[in-house]
Design a protein around this ligand. Structure first.
Ligand code: 2RA
Length: 332
């Protein structure tokens, strides 16, 4: 049976990248339905050489033969419409944070915990971009050496905030400090403020990385802290990750394990100025790992520098990979 696929939020930055990735990977859909807000309805979008007219998303949108729906239209739309789609037998892959921590919603990175897809009840959640790239790098090390503690420090691009963030940086670099996405100018600045601040002094982004990592690695005992920072970079998130492992390790073995891990590219030769770079990662789907070195301040400590395109592997490609696994299971 060929798959009928819907994309909700088809005109947004991630939505458009969904279509690009579906085309690049020749996703096996027979029919494609594109939905967006009333404001964007009527827009024409092309995928695999065919032009589609974007429809307004309504409660009746799923009253047709749709097997899988990719959502990237914000948490409110997912909160309301994902259950409606699921109630009609659609399997939803949701890029918003609305459902990620629900106990009967698998939170999935295909290279890390694909098996969790099997217990979905109609909604599968795509993790936060900064979490996805981190767990792709950490999973092989967790399997081999068992992680005790993680310290995340991130350097996140403005595309994580969509077109508003990109515009703030574009204008800021021209000396026009508009504040549409951020409370302070982002040009020539670093903002330790992604999403909103919580009672505990952390931001929602920091708590997402902490809680989502535990759920995806299936270990709620992990000790994790995070500082997430917006930097004046257009695309790709860069992350300094410090891990304390249970078991002793040999650096060459760590490099070898990472180089063989699914979705990982090791770029680690500082003597030739080789380490992961945001500009090189942009537009690709790999998670790049470098600056692999021992943390001599603790026993079995390791430092990594991890970079990935936050719109592709951090959102669109990860969701399409999940949909490919779901499609494969439906076709049997
Ligand atoms: C950000 N990770 O970078 C968040 C949401 N995409 O803004």
């Amino acid at each position: 049976k060929k798959i009928n696929l819907a994309v909700v939020g088809a005109t947004g930055m991630v939505g458009r990248t969904f279509l690009k990735v579906l085309e690049e990977r020749d996703f096996p859909y027979e029919n494609l339905y594109l939905f967006a807000s009333a404001k964007s309805a009527g827009e024409k979008v092309t995928c695999k050489g065919i032009e589609y007219v974007v429809e307004e998303l309504t409660e009746a949108s799923f009253d047709r033969d749709i097997d899988i729906a990719l959502f990237s239209a914000g948490g409110d739309i997912s909160k309301k419409f994902a259950p409606i789609a699921a109630s009609k037998g659609v399997i939803v892959v949701d890029n918003s944070s609305a459902w990620r921590m629900e106990k009967d919603v698998p939170l999935v990175v295909p290279e890390v915990n694909p098996q969790d897809i099997q217990w979905n009840k109609g909604i599968i959640a795509n993790p936060n971009c900064s979490t996805i790239q981190a767990v792709v790098a950490l999973k092989p090390l967790h399997d081999r050496y068992h992680i005790k503690r993680i310290i995340y420090s991130t350097y996140q691009s403005v595309s994580g905030t969509g077109v508003k963030g990109v515009r703030d940086l574009e204008e800021g670099l021209k000396g026009n400090d508009i504040l549409s996405a951020y409370p302070h100018p982002i040009a020539n600045n670093c903002l330790p403020h992604i999403d909103v601040f919580l009672e505990n002094g952390y931001t929602k982004e920091e708590m997402k990385m902490i809680e989502e990592t535990k759920k995806i690695l299936g270990n709620y005992g992990l000790k994790i802290t995070a500082t997430t920072v917006r930097v004046p970079v257009f695309n790709s998130h860069s992350e300094s990750i410090n891990v304390e492992l249970e078991k002793p390790f040999d650096l060459d073995e760590v490099r070898e394990i990472l180089a063989k891990s699914p979705g990982v590219v090791v770029e680690d030769d500082p003597s030739s100025n080789v380490y992961p770079l945001a500009r090189r990662a942009a537009g690709t789907d790999a998670v790049y790992v470098g600056r692999i070195r021992r943390d001599y301040s603790i026993e079995n400590g390791l430092n990594l520098w991890v970079v990935a395109d936050n719109i592709r592997k951090g959102a669109a490609t990860n969701a399409v990979q999940i949909a490919e696994i779901v499609a494969g299971s439906l076709k049997k």
